[in-house]
Design a binder for this molecule. Structure first.
Ligand code: TYM
Length: 341
């Protein structure tokens, strides 16, 4: 992805570059979250204005324990700052602190075809497994559209699994704009090559729901054990292997320096090595890669007031933006009495 790709395709031409993304506090963050999304947040906080939020309303579709939700939201905020999100550059807030978004969601729901939501994968997946889905999960992509449109976002950094939702967001914005005039800015997904779909310990997409994650702030000994137990194939030690088709190599590439990564690729191609060797290398490289964030996390964890201050301040700034867009949308569809009937 180059700067040229960060183009604006908005009918609201004057809109400046605005980056926005959200992350659910449904468990501790893992490598998929970091390499697919959070790393982009940190990179993009230096370009234009940016808004990042903890999607607690979305998390309510799975986390039903209030104390757990509270602590996951706090942990999420600490993690993001420890990983390098700078609240003086980006606005960091909690989704439910901006009620304007839920009102906007209703306006969008009134232009959302049922069929569009029936095709969305989170709902489809649950239904295909026979798990009962609630209306919250069904309309989840509409809340996500409101999250994005409420801030006139132009770029949404995400992993591949969220691209469909951003397409839905664009569809809904187009429909609304077609009906009521140019109210919403059309966003674009930004997905990183090489980390669009980070594999889990079993080689499938890393995901909390597949229980195959490597968590960012896991105790290092526990993490090392998890890495050493990762699934591998049964090809003999002496057989040369293609590094790029192996999930161990893909994970190693994320945390190793370029030089070490290239050396490991050569080892794969030469053959004659055991998977234990690369697993150990992944654990060592990961210790080093996340060492600073781990230290920063410890400091933040101890400073109780600091995170709350960051989130409260973020909510104030976020609400100013969301209110302006909501007003625009309300006016456009006739929900204000300032114009004589
Ligand atoms: P969530 O919380 O599932 O994931 C947060 C971010 O992490 C990315 N991700 C991955 N990327 C690459 N490989 C993986 N294995 C992997 N696993 C997760 C996700 O793509 C995502 O970018 N619906 C969203 C949260 C949300 C949102 C929004 C995002 C709510 N409103 C508005 C963008 C804009 C979600 O559940 O992400």
């Amino acid at each position: 992805m180059t700067d040229a790709d960060i183009s604006m395709q908005s009918p609201r031409e004057a809109t400046p570059l605005r980056v926005l993304s959200g992350i659910q506090p449904t468990g501790r963050f893992h490598w998929g979250n970091y390499f697919g999304a959070i790393r982009q947040y940190i990179e993009l906080q230096n370009v234009g204005s940016s808004f990042y939020f903890i999607a607690d309303l979305h998390a309510l579709t799975t986390v039903r324990d209030p104390a757990l939700l509270r602590s996951l939201v706090r942990d999420a905020a600490i993690d993001l700052v420890a990983l390098g999100l700078d609240p003086t550059k980006a606005t960091l807030y909690v989704q439910s602190d901006v009620p304007e978004v839920t009102e906007l969601m209703w306006l969008l729901l009134t232009v959302t075809p049922m069929g569009l939501l029936e095709r969305c994968h989170a709902y489809k997946e649950k239904k295909s497994k026979g798990i009962p889905a609630d209306a919250g999960l069904f309309s989840y992509p509409v809340l996500m559209a409101a999250d994005i449109l409420a801030y006139d976002a132009t770029i949404v950094p995400v992993g591949e699994d969220q691209v469909q939702h951003i397409e839905v967001c664009r569809d809904l914005a187009n429909t609304f704009n077609h009906l009521y005039g140019e109210v919403f800015t059309l966003p674009k997904a930004r997905v990183l090559d090489g980390a669009a779909k980070v594999p889990g310990t079993d080689g499938f997409k890393m995901s909390k729901s597949y229980d195959n994650t490597l968590d960012l702030f896991e105790n290092p000994t526990v993490l090392r054990k998890k890495i050493m137990r990762m699934t591998t194939d049964s090809r003999p030690v002496e057989q040369p292997k293609d590094p790029h088709s192996d999930h161990l190599y893909q994970l190693y590439s994320l945390v190793a320096s370029e030089e070490k990564r290239d050396a490991m690729a050569d080892t794969y191609r030469a053959g004659g090595f055991g998977y234990g060797q690369i697993k150990k290398a992944i654990a060592d490289a990961s210790d080093e890669f996340f060492a600073q964030a781990r230290d920063r996390r410890q400091v933040l964890e101890a400073d109780h007031g600091r995170i709350e201050e960051i989130l409260s301040d973020g909510a104030v700034r976020a609400r100013v933006q969301a209110r302006a867009v909501l007003e625009r949308a309300r006016k456009a569809c006739g929900l204000d009495r300032s114009v004589q009937p």
